[in-house]
Design a protein. Sequence first.
Length: 310
Amino acid sequence: MKLNDNEIRDINRHLEAGRPLPEKYRFLLFEDKKEVELVWNGKTGEVCNIVLPFQVIEQVDEPRAEENRALQMDIFDQQTGRQITGWNNKLIWGDNKLILSSLKNGPLREEIEVQGGIKLIYIDPPFDVGADFSTEKNQVVFHDVSFIEVKPLFGKGKKKYHIAIELTDFSVFYSQDSVDADTNLKKKKSKVIVDKGQVVRISKDKDGVVKREVLTQKWTDWIDYWSVDFDFESKREIIRVKNAESGETEEVWSGDYVFENEWQSFRTKKDRTLELKSTFMERRPGRRKIAVKVVDIFGNDTMKIIEVTV
């Protein structure tokens, strides 16, 4: 381990101030590099703990059309063909992060563990966002400048213990397919790209003249879904770990909290409107933390926690 004088002084300043060390010192101070990790600029260690309910839209579970179909009748109802026992494979539509978090922290987890755990999760890339995700090297750039601005709204009179949240601003800064987009685009063709935080449709006419149309006119155009937990830190995240001495599995607090969705607004293909003010929720008087999560059109979520006094 070799540190120069500036690095030593920098480490001492962080330790004296009680601040965590910058990421680069993890590799300079510790020589053991057995772990392999994907690292990019702006990567955070934040874990999504939101729990959303699952709604069954369709069941496809009829027995196979074979001659020995009767052998399957121990798990299928003979009259309806509906599966009555055993585990069902599930095709879940939604945001990847929110689905995985709901599976991990929600009520479905116990059923999954009884059936022996999850064997395979196949995740599709984002879709229906108006962008072409077939990219080449160095074409996608993510910058960690996303932020949320919210304003608490307090009730009056008999509803003085009621509180609501207004989403006032949201910003991200992505770039995708923007490198040499004008040059590589063929004549009489168009393409949707993301350039410096704006979704842009570029088109080139038969004479090679390029036209750009910004599709994200307002900051709300970036939002696909947002939700509020009016009593964050009310539910601890409990994980199961194996006791090294007894060999038994124990439940311990991870040190984090589960985001519980108490109100949400989201867009659909038919209805693109988005509510920016939540409904008022009654809460006990006192100081509490409220968490707000925003999921953008690329499926990335950002959370902000505010403290309020009701």
